[in-house]
Design a protein around this ligand. Structure first.
Ligand code: C2E
Ligand code: MG
Ligand code: MG
Length: 263
């Protein structure tokens, strides 16, 4: 009788898993930068680093899929390290007023020594910690929020900002706002989708912004695609935004050029 092998090389998923780990090891995961703009005057204030994997056969693999594959093979810490290392090297060449945001995962936060390894990476790149934001999504923190708070607290103590990513995308755990050493909230694009034409959506956004202000959190709005959405958030206490309306994720060279045009 034929047994299904766990590492069957003919299995497309297994092939993708192997290719993912090999691509991480070979440093083939690319990093794009999505500009972040100040709402008040449209100035570029920084960029978020976003991983990209161009599979030789399957083409572009979505970053969510990339991180799922990496998680299955236990190589998320290597992947995060690679993206952060590459992004920091690029951002070290930016003018001082520009900030960098990088995404981290629960697997990173749970890895022993993460805070000190990450701090060493930042120091090695000679990037000012006060110009760096670490983004973490709320859904993934559920496992051990106290432990996550302790690790993130170490980064915060170095001057690194901590933003809760995709806020409002799913089940909002407001306890996190109290327990985690946050400096900002990133509102998920689902929170701005309807604000231009549904007063209830705008009311929810307004309420969240008021709460963030009361907690001293800086608010970044994601997924601004239409001028009417930008106009709607302009009236609220949100500081910055990202979105296809103004700029998609782009190469390091394109970001540098765009930022230079504004100077
Ligand atoms: P995220 O951190 O919330 O990143 C923002 C995502 O929204 C990006 O998708 C970006 O391309 C997309 N986006 C930006 N503006 C708009 C817009 O106006 N409309 C719409 N519809 N989408 C917009 P991307 O690059 O596909 O990344 C998806 C997610 O994958 C990220 O969401 C993040 O959670 C994860 N990810 C990407 N790179 C990394 C990474 O290096 N590390 C980790 N841990 N996660 C990453
Ligand atoms: Mg993010
Ligand atoms: Mg997000």
């Amino acid at each position: 009788m034929l047994m299904h092998s766990v590492t069957d090389p003919a299995d497309p998923h297994e092939r993708l898993l192997d290719a993912c780990c090999a691509a991480i090891e070979r440093g083939e995961i690319d990093v794009l930068f999505q500009p972040q703009f100040r709402i008040q005057d449209g100035a570029i204030v920084g960029a978020e680093a976003l991983a990209r994997w161009a599979h030789p056969i399957d083409g572009a693999i979505a970053p969510e899929m990339l991180f799922m594959l990496a998680a299955e093979r236990g190589c998320v810490p290597q992947l995060t390290r690679h993206v952060a290392h590459r992004a920091l090297a690029v951002a070290a060449g930016w003018p001082d007023h520009l900030r960098l945001s990088v995404n981290i995962t629960p697997a990173d936060v749970a890895a022993p020594g993460f805070a000190s390894d990450f701090a060493a990476l930042v120091a090695q790149a000679r990037f000012e910690p006060a110009r760096l934001t670490v983004e973490i999504t709320e859904e993934v923190l559920l496992a051990d929020v106290q432990a996550a708070a302790a690790v993130l607290g170490k980064l915060r103590a170095l001057g690194i900002a901590i933003a809760l990513d995709d806020f409002g995308a799913g089940f909002c755990n407001f306890r996190y706002l109290k327990l985690l050493p946050l400096s900002g909230l990133k509102l998920d694009r689902t929170m701005v989708e309807g604000i231009a034409d549904d007063p209830r959506d705008l009311a929810v956004l307004r309420g969240i912004c008021a709460m963030a202000r009361a907690l001293g959190l800086v608010v970044t709005v994601e997924g601004i695609e239409m001028p009417a959405q930008l106009a709607a958030v302009s009236g609220e206490s949100c500081e910055t935004y990202q979105g296809f309306l103004s700029a998609p994720p782009m190469s390091a060279a394109d970001f540098a050029q765009l930022a230079a045009q504004q100077r």
